[in-house]
Design a protein around this ligand. Structure first.
Ligand code: KIV
Ligand code: NA
Length: 265
């Protein structure tokens, strides 16, 4: 089995072949998505609101994320595993950013790290790359800055177009191997994808990025309720799981489970 490396992703871009990326936070999802041929798995800080039950991505800590990263990296054969640096673990200083990235590599056994920020985080990206750690950047709408950005809003409209493009150039220049574009207009995503030699990974960024990423609980329909416009639901596993739990409960209450075939003598 050939491991996915960052240069393979760049080769896919050069060949014009779009590639998929998914979040994963545990062993079975990592095994399945690896088997499905998803080249890049992200242990996102979205674990904050998809695993740990917080209401935003801000509260989750490095100590909460590292065990999830370790579970995912232990479970893949081929996929490249990217660990997200959570809020507060890299913004304080370039030194803090390198130290946190090192922890995710040593303790989490990650293959790369991701952080949010463009021009203002170019020094952080450069320093982590110089430490021998591949960095995926994340620009456009950056959820860790939701309070600063005034909520979930599409970035890159009108006057903000050039700012997002400048962020993209800055992260490439700083040595990032790829860049996530979140909730930006399709127009700005297309421009950036054309300009950059590193792959762009879109989430709510239209059809023209080099790759597409979604949070797995959104795509599988485990998270219920109204999903953002950019989510497509490919399955409805919430209903499958709810049905199974209800059936188990009913069979226990009805003395139907366990049956003779589940019983030792
Ligand atoms: O944390 C996350 O899941 C992410 C992706 C949505 C890009 O950052
Ligand atoms: Na994230």
């Amino acid at each position: 089995v050939k491991k996915v490396r960052t240069h393979h992703l760049r080769e896919l871009k050069e060949r014009g072949e779009p590639w998929p990326m998914l979040t994963a936070y545990d062993m079975y999802t990592a095994e399945l998505f690896d088997e499905a041929g998803i080249p890049v798995l992200l242990v996102g800080d979205s674990a904050s609101n998809n695993v740990y039950g917080y209401d935003t991505s801000l509260p989750v800590t490095v100590d909460e994320l590292i065990p999830l990263v370790r579970g995912v990296t232990r479970s893949v054969k081929r996929s490249l595993v990217v660990a997200d640096l959570p809020f507060g673990s890299y913004q304080v200083s370039v030194e803090q950013a390198v130290a946190t990235a090192v922890r995710f590599m040593k303790e989490g056994r990650a293959h790369a790290v991701k952080l949010e920020g463009g021009r203002h985080f170019a020094p952080h990206i450069r320093a982590i790359v110089n430490a021998g750690i591949p960095v995926m950047a994340h620009i456009g709408f950056t959820p860790q800055s939701e309070h600063q950005l005034g909520g979930y809003r599409v970035q890159g409209r009108n006057d903000a177009f050039d700012a997002v493009v400048a962020d993209a150039h800055a992260v490439q220049e700083a040595g990032a191997f790829a860049v996530v574009l979140e909730m930006v207009t399709a127009e700005v995503a297309k421009q950036i994808t054309h300009d950059l030699s590193i792959p762009t990974v879109g989430i709510g960024a239209g059809p023209d990025t080099d790759a597409q990423v979604l949070v797995w609980q959104d795509l599988m329909g485990l998270r219920r309720g109204k999903a953002p416009k950019f989510v497509k639901r490919y399955a409805n596993i919430a209903d499958v799981m709810l049905g199974a739990a209800q059936e188990f409960a009913a069979e226990v209450r009805g003395h139907q489970f366990p049956g003779p075939e589940h019983t030792f003598h």
